[in-house]
Design a protein around this ligand. Structure first.
Ligand code: AHR
Ligand code: AHR
Ligand code: AHR
Length: 481
């Protein structure tokens, strides 16, 4: 059985079932998600390998070979058509054209399930999915349940990495108008024990970790690589539960009456579904989503325990984030451009500006040092890499507003993540394309000989689709010094 077969048996059927990694019903054979590729804008649906099985990641890899792909639709497997698509602007606007949110890279969150490769949905700040016309979801004070399997190491304090029930107009319409899973270390409204991240309930104008606004010490910090986050709510009752999605059972962090703060009892749920954003389209949060469902009715603890066992049996595990020519930690490297007319240029720096410059064996020692980089274990993720300046030890290539700089490591989580890159086989077939870990739609790209974190055809001038594959492919060789 799949999770939604279990919820059905328990009398609380799924009204939406979203996953890019696997079928959530044992008989499901339809499409799990749709990808769109950058080379020609063509889309393809990705289905399970077999009924009830893991997604056919190889079909995605083949369709997206030599280009970029975005996740355009996360299909609803319940049969109700409650698909998630690119979120529109609301109280806040997203970064894309017309205020829409960004779509996720199709390759930002690779995993295996029972040894088979699949991809999750890597949400960078600015990315969001939504459905404002859902069929069958809880409205008003009606009961519902939900769970989501997330990456417990990918979070931030922005508002708000959510999955669940939200406003149908993408605006903050008042307390109690949402009921969604939140995951992260935002402390503006609520917090739990320790320094986070926490599973909380986003009930609108409040992330709740228990009965009170603010801190509830019963809600622990959670640090599993794979987290199962559970929220349910009914008439004057609700609960927060969580556990390790790769082993063991669920724990209950709160179960009881509604918060006493005004507006949350009864609830005024509206029934839209959001992923990666706040109810008002706040787009500051990051996180990774693998699978999740919304139910009709308040699921029993027994049902949720069976679903947890089903998730554990799916055997989520980590896999490589990189491909292409290997990089060796501790070595000094050079990175040569492959765009025709620019192939004598290497990634270098002039002060804090990161650019490409013509470098050769007869260049000055100073220039050779400016164009040589020490490979370090990724500051923000040890499965990827960071690039430290040879002539300015302690300074690393990092992006800010998608422009690259050479800056001293200030020790913050933000710096570490902005300085972490996952090389993959070069998009033009040469060398490596160097993907940003925290914005996996974005790559090292030289544009007018300056280095940017560019995506393929986005809103910035440096995102131009013209010569994108060549501009993001670099041949890695030994450093000049
Ligand atoms: O409740 C927290 C957030 O507050 C909601 O997600 C958003 O709509 C509002 O800004
Ligand atoms: O480069 C994009 C973002 O811009 C970085 O993650 C952040 O540090 C800055 O605000
Ligand atoms: O960086 C040099 C060139 O500038 C790039 O190849 C091109 O895309 C841009 O015009």
């Amino acid at each position: 059985a799949g999770p939604c077969d279990i919820y059905s048996s328990g009398g609380t059927p799924c009204i939406a079932a979203h996953s890019t990694t696997r079928a959530l019903y044992s008989a499901f054979t339809g499409p799990l998600y749709q990808v769109k590729r950058g080379s020609d804008g063509v889309t393809a649906d990705i289905a399970p390998l077999s009924a009830g099985g893991v997604a056919n990641a190889a079909a995605q890899d083949s369709f997206c070979s030599g280009t970029t792909c975005l996740i355009t639709i996360i299909y609803d497997q319940s049969g109700r058509g409650n698909h998630l698509t690119q979120a529109p602007p609301g109280g806040f606007s997203g970064p894309e054209a017309n205020g829409y949110d960004n779509l996720a890279s199709a390759i930002g969150a690779p995993v295996t399930l029972n040894g088979k490769k699949a991809y999750g949905v890597f949400i960078s700040p600015g990315t969001g999915y939504r459905n404002n016309a859902v069929s069958g979801s809880a409205t008003g004070d009606a009961a519902e349940g939900m769970y989501a399997v997330l990456d417990g190491t990918h979070y931030n304090g922005g508002c708000c990495f959510d999955y669940g029930n939200a406003e149908t107009n993408s605006r903050d319409t008042g307390n109690g108008h949402m009921e969604a899973i939140y995951y992260g270390d935002n402390t503006v409204w609520g917090s739990g024990a320790g320094s986070g991240p926490w599973i909380m309930a986003d009930l609108e104008n409040g992330l709740f970790s228990g009965i009170s606004s603010g801190n509830n010490a019963g809600d622990p910090s959670i640090s599993y690589r794979f987290v199962n986050a559970v929220i349910k709510g009914g008439a004057n009752k609700w609960a927060i539960k969580g556990g390790n999605a790769a082993s063991g059972s669920l724990s209950t962090y709160y179960s009881g009456v509604r918060p006493t703060a005004s507006g949350y009892n009864p609830m005024s749920k509206e029934g839209a579904i959001i992923l990666g954003i706040g109810g008002d389209n706040s787009v500051g949060a990051q996180g990774t989503f693998y699978e999740g469902v919304m139910t009709s009715g308040y699921p029993s603890d027994a049902t949720e325990n069976s679903v947890q066992a089903n998730i554990v049996a799916a055997k989520y595990a980590v896999t490589s984030l990189t491909s292409g020519p290997a990089l060796t930690v501790g070595s000094s490297i050079s990175l040569r451009a492959t765009t025709s007319g620019y192939t004598t240029r290497y990634i270098a720096h002039t002060g804090s500006t990161v650019n490409t410059q013509v470098v050769s064996s007869s260049s000055t020692t100073a220039l050779k040092q400016q164009a040589s980089w020490t490979v370090r274990t990724g500051l923000g993720n040890s499965a990827c890499f960071s690039f430290e300046s040879v002539d300015t030890p302690g300074s690393f290539i990092r992006h800010s507003d998608f422009v690259f700089y050479l800056n001293a490591n200030d020790g913050t989580k933000q710096f570490h993540e902005d300085a972490t890159f996952c090389p993959q086989t070069g998009l033009n077939g040469q060398g490596n394309s160097i993907r940003s870990w925290n914005y996996p739609t974005r790559y090292f790209r030289h544009y007018t000989n300056v280095l940017y974190a560019a995506n393929n055809g986005g809103v910035h001038t440096f995102d131009s689709a013209t010569s994108f594959n060549d501009d993001v492919s670099f041949v890695v060789s030994s450093g000049f010094v």
